[in-house]
Ligand binder design. Sequence first.
Ligand SMILES: C[S@@+](CC[C@H](N)C(=O)[O-])C[C@H]1O[C@@H](n2cnc3c(N)ncnc32)[C@H](O)[C@@H]1O
Length: 346
Amino acid sequence: MPITVPGERSLAGAENAVPAFMFDMLSAWGFRAVTLAFRTGVLAALADEELTAEQVADRAGLDPRGTAFLLDCLDCLGYVSQVGDRYAATDTTNELLPMISMGIPYFEKIVFTDWANLESRLRGDLTLAFEPEQPRTPRWLAKEWRVFQDGMVALTNMNIDEVLERIPVPDPAGHLLDLGGGYGLYSIAICRRHPQLRATIFEIPEMQRLANRAIVENDMADRIDFRAGDFFTDDLGSTSMALLFNVIHSKSHRQNRELVARTAAALQPGGLLVLLDQFPAPELGPIGRSFGAMMALSMFNSVGQQTYPLDEVRDWLTAAGLVDVEFHAVRSAPGNGLFLARKPAR
Ligand SMILES: C[S@@+](CC[C@H](N)C(=O)[O-])C[C@H]1O[C@@H](n2cnc3c(N)ncnc32)[C@H](O)[C@@H]1O
């Protein structure tokens, strides 16, 4: 991988070809070991107490000898630290456990399960079971809907603080329209920060039950409502601020141009469109760009779509009549970036 690992020499160049390749192999092995340790409860067992490998194996229902090897790998990767014959979760793990545990089945699905088909998709031997330009959610999502949405929660948890810092809410007593808002966690967090703001989660009908539950659990039922619909065909109403978060990578060039135009039309004068996604852009640094590029391949594989160059997104925004277009890298979740664009105040 042509990136420099902090504290290590560069992995670029012929003289480093073998370490570069082996580093990629290590990353693949490491991710497999780490997600397994989250999913089987190995890391959760070490959150509150130091345990021997045997005790960890006993709690997680795993083979003790294999668990000792797994713990040694996790020690190398910085997820646990060994103290005598006991292991403890590191600060990194304690930070991650409440943040991403619910998303582990999603990360395993997109990295391991989905890519089992990648070669067939690239060879053209396997076609999608749906039209890539179909307006609503592809069928594969319906099957593993809960896994998918829990993955979105984990991703939201990773970047929410930084994203909130970046959003200059234009009218704190106004309205927020969260298009394809999922559970509505971004809206809930923004409304919590701005006590006068109201929001609408605009989603497909299948999301209603899960989103309503999140709204109620977060005591937001009096300020956030749910609207079931299709953002390509239904009236989007009028709002002072709109979110398009993690939506464009599952839509085509044509659909995104249209969606951005429809969203801009729903904004009141002076209103703000905030668009969050992954981008294969050098502006995000080598690791961020790599995430954006991997995500393009992943979206090609699963729904026939991609991540988009920054210039193309800028073009959709300006073609929709929006001004003051800004782009910000989101460092807390590599590969993510945020566009802000305003509707002229008449
Ligand atoms: C990747 S999820 C993002 C969820 C949330 N915005 C987030 O960032 O966590 C994309 C969402 O867009 C919704 N969606 C896709 N097509 C839609 C359409 N035509 N109308 C309304 N919602 C749609 C999906 O149901 C899905 O929940």
